[in-house]
Write a protein that binds this ligand. Sequence first.
Ligand code: TMP
Length: 217
Amino acid sequence: MTLNTENTARGCFITLEGSEGVGKSTNLAFIQQWLEEQGHQPMMTREPGGTPMAEEIRELLLSQRDENVSQKAELLLMFAARAQHLDEKILPELARGGCVVSDRFTDATYAYQGYARGLNLDWIAQLEQLVQENVRPDLTILLDLPTEVARQRMNKRGTTDRFEQEQSEFFDRVRQGYLTRAAAEPERFAIIDAGQALEQVQQDIAEVLQGFFLQRS
Ligand code: TMP
């Protein structure tokens, strides 16, 4: 599908970001419920993944393996999955005026492959341009939590994929990467303190969503 600013401007594209253990799943369900209560029919999706082929790429990316995974291969697979996800799922939904909510998107690539792995941010920007052209999220909700607290929550979950095996310093860099991106684009990002009581976190998210839709009306 070709990208078209006029079409994509009609829908709304919201992304949820944050390091592991910040409570993305719980709050994603809250966002869905909030949107449905307001009369939207959000298309909930995730990255890497979102379509059968992109989910297969996700499996490749998250599975533990004996060989070292090339950082460039990891970066390109993230964007390969994203290209498929955009063309097959996100763009058609935006074009028909729908509301797409994605659990992670390209800010995760900047945070994980860029800031945490140390890959050149300009390469990521070039791939972003190639794959997405003019498509960017309208609103990005960043759940922020000190790395140690997030790590304790993550450890309670038990399972570990290839990313969750990384050391604390890696997740510190992920967190700082997200915060740097948020500081550079304050009009798109809303930073939520995920260390508060869940009720307060969700109240803050509801206020952000309310403000977002008010601004668009
Ligand atoms: P999830 O656990 O939130 O589903 O995400 C899967 C992992 O993929 C998570 O550790 C973050 C990582 N990831 C990247 O490294 N780069 C990306 O671009 C995306 C979307 C996810």
